[in-house]
Design a protein around this ligand. Structure first.
Ligand code: MN
Length: 259
């Protein structure tokens, strides 16, 4: 039997009857009639129906995750959405694909740098989740990064601020921001999920809105989680004779512990 508490969690006080119908009837009875139609088949019907109605919100995300749990593979969801596109509408399928790419990416054994159309779709979905642009490939600093990063200047006067985006698995080398006085760096996560780590300490996870203050002279790195795009604003704290020293890459062993 399918257990569901989303109705009571979200609407138990506001609409107790709706919550009860959602949890006990829709999920508890209809979804649970597995002898009549399997969970896998029910997921296919639900995903298709939601795509057809253009419902690609958080409930759609939930149903995609259920579909994956109920055994629908990446190949099958791609085929389902391609088929549905002709009947439900091309833009609806596009919107659905953007979410499906994220849901099915996570279960790939070897997370890491995406390629081709998956990279394009992932980048587009990530950019849509953020108020700042991704900008251009960060070629100027590429030698100090493992993986592809992007740079969008946000402020070039008074205080330098850039939005830096890391594709899954991308991170910068260990480095230090020096200054005679003042200096250092502030990171503000704008989208996705990533990490900040100081030498000799545990890595700290960063999610949208999280802020990290990096003092002058502290060896550290920052970058994406192995399976997630990540962006942060990098604020250059004004200082006297500021400079950065770039050191060795973060080892696969250290980065691998984050999975
Ligand atoms: Mn830094």
């Amino acid at each position: 039997m399918v257990k569901q508490t989303a109705g009571r969690d979200a609407l138990g006080n506001f609409a107790p009857k709706f919550a009860q119908l959602n949890d006990d009837v829709l999920f508890g009875e209809v979804w649970s009639r597995e002898d009549k139609l399997s969970l896998r088949d029910r997921s296919m019907i639900t995903v298709t129906t939601l795509v057809a109605s253009g419902m690609v919100d958080s409930s759609f995300q939930y149903h995609l995750e259920s579909a994956k749990k109920n055994g629908i593979t990446k190949t099958e969801i791609a085929e389902l959405l391609t088929h549905a596109a002709f009947y439900a509408g091309w833009p609806k399928a596009w919107a659905a694909f953007r979410m499906a790419v994220q849901v099915w990416k996570e279960d790939e054994a070897e997370a890491g740098a995406p390629e081709g159309s998956e990279r394009e779709a992932g980048r587009e979905a990530h950019e849509q989740s953020m108020i700042f642009p991704i900008g251009q490939p960060n070629d100027g600093f590429a030698q100090y990064f493992s993986g592809q990063s992007y740079l969008a200047p946000v402020s070039v006067k008074q205080v330098g601020i850039s939005n830096v985006t890391f594709e899954p698995g991308c991170r910068n080398n260990w480095h230090v921001h020096y200054a005679k006085s003042g200096g250092g760096q502030i990171l503000i996560c704008t989208a996705g999920r990533g990490y900040y780590q100081e030498w000799g300490k545990e890595a700290v996870e960063m999610r949208p809105g999280d802020v990290v203050n990096i003092p002058e002279g502290v060896k550290h790195w920052h970058g994406a989680a192995p399976d997630r795009w990540f962006s942060h604003l990098a604020v250059e704290v004004p200082g006297k004779e500021g400079s950065s020293e770039w050191l060795e890459p973060v080892s696969e062993e250290d980065y691998g512990k984050l999975r």
